[in-house]
Design a protein around this ligand. Structure first.
Ligand SMILES: Nc1nc2c(ncn2[C@@H]2O[C@H](COP(=O)(O)OP(=O)(O)OP(=O)(O)O)[C@@H](O)[C@H]2O)c(=O)[nH]1
Length: 412
């Protein structure tokens, strides 16, 4: 679990940071007022990252940053003033970045920077450059931003590494390289890794006009001219990774059902097609539908119906957390039980059905019981449309029988 330490002596600033951290950071955050308090927290916990004020009443000369860095905690510094001397001092210390506290947005920027660094943590990056010096420098800079970095000495090697490791999320590539230059590399990589999946930043020496535009046309997200300032490198990488994260968020929300947070019908169809294509083993498709759900809406109102749907979702999640669950209709859910034969799946779903019927749900604070009818079918050998048709037919039969039962159907 990631953990962040914030050391800030101003009451107002700490309050603002607490508020922003609660909103943007999904990790444990500890706050300290002084170097002394910071030291005692560091003795107790392991920190992924520290955000510290450069001057504190008991540490006027950046001692807090020196201390966190000496404990190998990547550190972002907050400073109320900046000049070339302070800047150099901080770069020499090895801080990840500094944020000047000169306007209201500074704190917002600082916390968003921490959020991005936490996302970088363990994320894989690749540097492709034929110059050892340049490669080593960029590797170090990326490592400071918490990436897990590997490097390649030319385009061909980089391409192979990207083919072998789909977990690489950032590529920094020089233009001039033997065997395959930066343009060829970007073009080749974009054939199998989209902009939403891999961020690319192109690099080249100064004075090569037009390279930036060509890099971007071939599919790079951004461009840097060498030599670059530490801060420029840092900002470009951060911004590019932030865009990648935003796209991932948009994609994720397009695949989620707003009310329950489960996957939606669109995701379910794409996922199920993938399972069909790639998995040889037995899979079972189950369609689960709440019985007489309309009664809840009619009796207690739509809001209460929504609450019931959320409660059923939580119940489903506790019982099928190893499997993909989707809400594919109003009160209809689908579960793919992959790697499970029909008999075992039927047993498991029957147990679930009994447990659900005995569970005390709550509507407007009053206990309420629910049941579900379930239709299941194996679907390794039939098409998804065929499987959906069969599972739907089985569910219909379950509704026609006594409800609160599992019906299984197989294709001939
Ligand atoms: N509150 C709420 N109700 C929904 C939502 N989506 C669908 N419904 C309601 O779910 C009810 C489904 O009713 P029916 O199709 O008659 O099914 P049922 O009452 O569960 O009866 P059986 O399925 O035959 O057991 C309708 O009243 C819909 O308005 C939703 O997101 N929230």
């Amino acid at each position: 679990m990631q953990r962040v330490l914030v050391v800030e002596d101003s009451k107002v600033v700490q309050q603002v940071l607490r508020h922003l951290a609660a909103h943007y950071l999904d990790v444990d955050v500890d706050f300290a007022w002084s170097l002394k308090e910071g030291i005692s927290l560091i003795a107790k916990h392991e920190y992924t990252l520290a955000l510290v004020d450069l001057t504190l009443p008991d540490a006027m000369n950046g001692e807090v940053a020196k201390y966190t860095l000496s404990k190998n905690i990547p550190t972002v510094v907050l400073t109320s003033k900046i000049d070339e001397y302070i800047r150099q001092q901080m770069l020499e210390l090895g801080v990840v970045d500094y944020v000047v506290k000169d306007n209201r947005d500074s704190y917002h920027y600082a916390i968003k920077l921490v959020a991005q660094l936490l996302r970088n943590h363990g994320c894989k990056a690749l540097v492709a450059d034929d110059s050892v010096l340049s490669r080593t420098l960029m590797k170090q800079m990326l490592e400071k931003q918490l990436f897990e970095v590997s490097d390649a000495h030319d385009g061909e090697q980089a391409l192979q590494m990207l083919k072998d490791d789909p977990e690489i999320k950032l590529l920094l590539t020089d233009y001039a390289m033997p065997t395959m230059d930066g343009f060829e590399l970007v073009k080749a990589v974009r054939n199998f890794r989209g902009r939403d999946d891999l961020a690319i930043i192109g690099l080249s020496g100064a004075g090569k006009h037009g390279l930036s535009a060509r890099f971007i046309k071939y599919g790079a997200n951004d461009f840097l001219t060498k030599p670059f300032m530490n801060e420029e490198f840092h900002c470009r990488v951060m911004q590019t990774m932030e865009q990648l994260a935003l796209i991932a968020d948009i994609k994720e929300s397009a695949y989620r059902d707003h009310l329950t947070g489960l996957y939606n019908r669109r995701y379910f169809y794409q996922y199920a097609e993938k399972v069909l294509k790639h998995v040889e083993q037995d899979n079972v498709l189950a369609l689960l539908d709440i019985d007489f759900f309309k009664n809840i809406n009619d009796q207690f109102g739509h809001e209460a119906g929504d609450q019931a749907l959320k409660q059923v979702t939580s119940f489903l999640k506790t019982k099928f957390d190893d499997f993909t669950i989707a809400r594919i209709g109003g009160e209809e859910f689908a579960v793919v039980l992959d790697n499970m034969g029909l008999e075992k799946a039927e047993l498991r779903l029957n147990t679930f059905r009994e447990q659900l019927a005995e569970h005390a749900f709550s509507i407007n604070g009053e206990p309420y019981s629910l049941t579900m009818s379930i239709g299941i079918t194996p679907f390794s050998k039939v098409s998804l449309t065929g499987a959906m048709r069969l599972a739907d037919k089985a569910l219909y039969q379950a509704k026609q029988q006594q409800r609160n039962c599992v019906v299984s159907l197989q294709s001939n």
